[in-house]
Structures are given as C-alpha cells and as structure tokens.
Ligand binder design. Structure first.
Ligand SMILES: [Zn+2]
Length: 265
C-alpha cells in the first residue's frame, strides 16, 4: 500500500517507519529498497483485503495522477460490514481500479457489484500478445456516427477474454510506462470497451490518457453521453454469428482450392 496511518494521518512509507493499516487496523512496516517502489506491508500476515494486488510502478504512476486524498479509499459495505480499498475514488464517487495481473471473471464481477460506479484501467503491456491481438482486431473496427466511437465485432477476438462481459467501462492501456513520441502510435490512446456488449458486438472508444484523467477529475466523465449503441444501426448479429460459425466449421483445402466442411470424428 502507498499509505499507512501514522499518528492518524495518511503517510507514505519511509525507511524504518511503522504505521497502522487504515483498512484492518493492524501494524504495517515500511518497505523501502532499491527494487520495489516504497510501500507498506502488514507486519504479520493478514487477510486484510483479498482484492489487494501488490503495486508495480505502472499502478503507482496511475494513482499519482489523482490527488492524495482520493487514493486508497476504504469503502465499507454497510450491510455486510465488508471493506475494500479502492485505488482511487474521485470527488464524484467514481471508483477507478488499476489492474495489472490477471483477474478471473468471478472476482471481476464481485468487484464490479461491490463498487458499482467504477471503471477499470487494465495494464495492456503485461502480455505481449494482448497488444498484437488488439492491433489486428482494430483493423476491423466499424465507424459509428459519433467521432472516436467504433463497433467491434466479436470483442473476444480483440480484447482479453476475462474482460468480456464486464458491467462497467474497461479501459486498456497498451502504453504502460513508456513515452511514445510518434503521435500516430495507437498506444497513445486508451481503448474504452463499454458494457452492454454481447458476444458478437461491442462499442469501443478511443480516449487520450490526458482527457480521461482530466474528465474523471472534473466530473465531465459523467456528462459525456456514453450510450452510442442507440445511435448505430442494428447490424445483423445473426448473420455475423452465422459467418463465424461457418468459418469454424470449414477449413481451407489447398488441393481443392476451396473451403470444405470439417468432418466430425
Ligand atoms: Zn490491513
């Protein structure tokens, strides 16, 4: 964690210091070394917040775009008494979670149900293949009548499958900690996959890092119309399903020079 309570105040880790965990109340020890970023760990093993992931620089860099008082916010569930630490919660009540490691859909779902008003920022640099798959997939994005918004067919062929079916916006960050000078490089954008997707179609928006940060800080994120689905023509989902079904049931036979049906054994 970035913060512990020291004399009741949110305090960053400095060598040799001790503090109190704002979530579970047990003792924290500062870890300040040459390899990992400065952070606090529980002195004794604890099951403080099962959703907590150890922070890497990417995670910390994102959090630091927001004011200190919005970072690592303890959010209790008044009914169950369950508590979790949100990476960032803005003044407008939006929770922003930064996810570097793999998450299984079940945990993703629980976190979305718990925080409700939230977005994910996903580290798209963890697996090289994720960006390559995105690059290939974005060639087939279809324009909508709203600038910067696209339709992606078969979102599972463009984005990691664990994020398909999310109930909240998921933004993929393929830039990571790199700074990329070429302004046309696609990694200079975040790609926001909107909810209400189905297996054959989803809406994706290009969002610059700066505008995402600015709009979540000033609250404009909520003012932007986020329902482009209503504006696009309903394409023939059934047809697309049929196309894919055909593709997976046939294979290309070079001797015959055409697609032939796969046999069942
Ligand atoms: Zn704790």
């Amino acid at each position: 964690m970035k913060y512990a309570l020291v004399s009741g105040k949110k305090t960053e880790a400095t060598k040799g210091s001790k503090g109190i965990c704002p979530n579970c109340g047990s003792e924290l020890t500062a870890r300040c070394g040459p390899i990992r970023i400065n952070h606090w760990t529980h002195t004794k093993s604890s099951n403080c917040d099962i959703w907590w992931e150890n922070e890497k620089e990417w995670h910390r860099a994102w959090k630091n775009y927001y004011p200190d008082e919005w970072q690592e916010i303890i959010i209790p569930d008044v009914e169950t008494g369950e508590k979790h630490i949100a990476d960032v919660r803005t003044n407008h009540g939006l929770v922003i979670e930064f996810q570097h490691s793999h998450i299984d859909p079940e945990e993703r779902n629980s976190r979305e149900s718990f925080y409700k008003n939230m977005v994910w920022i996903v580290d798209g640099t963890r697996l090289k293949r994720d960006y390559l798959r995105f690059l290939k997939g974005q060639n087939n994005f279809r324009r909508t009548n709203k600038q910067g918004f696209f339709i992606v067919d078969f979102p599972d062929e463009c984005f990691p499958s664990s994020w398909i079916g999310s109930k909240v916006p998921v933004l993929f960050d393929f830039r990571g900690l790199e700074s990329i000078e070429n302004l046309n490089d696609l990694r200079n954008y975040l790609y926001c996959l909107f909810p209400n997707q189905n297996n054959t179609e989803a809406i994706v928006a290009f969002v610059s890092h700066d505008s995402f940060i600015k709009n979540t800080i000033n609250g404009d994120w909520f003012k932007k119309p986020q329902e482009p689905q209503k504006q696009v023509s309903k394409t023939t989902i059934q047809n697309k399903t049929n196309i894919r079904r055909r593709e997976s049931s046939h294979y290309y036979d070079p001797q015959k020079g055409r697609y032939v049906k796969k046999r069942r054994f």
